[in-house]
Design a protein. Structure first.
Length: 105
């Protein structure tokens, strides 16, 4: 899994863009209107997402529509899955320990 995916996901603005695009394709202008950033700043974030293959753009007439690409996110999810199991096990152990302490007089 390329590091550029993690670098792209490191930004809260880019994560929010992906959340918006999960609801369906949007134009660059529509995406920019949802942020208190300049259009060029949002365009730069979209470029990072495009370079990481997290989004693709589709020109339609004079507009450009952005679409979410889920494959890189599925790869991240698959990579994170063993860690999720680890932390769930740790949290379960902690819950058991706390329950036992509550039962002890």
């Amino acid at each position: 899994m390329p590091d550029d995916v993690f670098l792209a996901l490191a930004s809260p603005v880019r994560r929010r863009l992906l959340e918006i695009l999960a609801d369906g394709p949007r134009t660059a202008g529509d995406l920019a209107a949802r942020f208190e950033l300049s259009r060029p700043a949002v365009a730069e974030h979209l470029k990072v997402l495009r370079d990481a293959a997290l989004v693709r753009d589709e020109p339609v007439g004079r507009q450009r529509f952005y679409h979410l690409e889920s494959d890189p996110l599925e790869q991240v999810g698959a990579w994170l899955h063993p860690f999720e199991r680890f932390w769930r096990g740790r949290l379960r152990s902690m819950a058991d320990l706390l329950e036992n302490e509550e039962e002890t007089p």
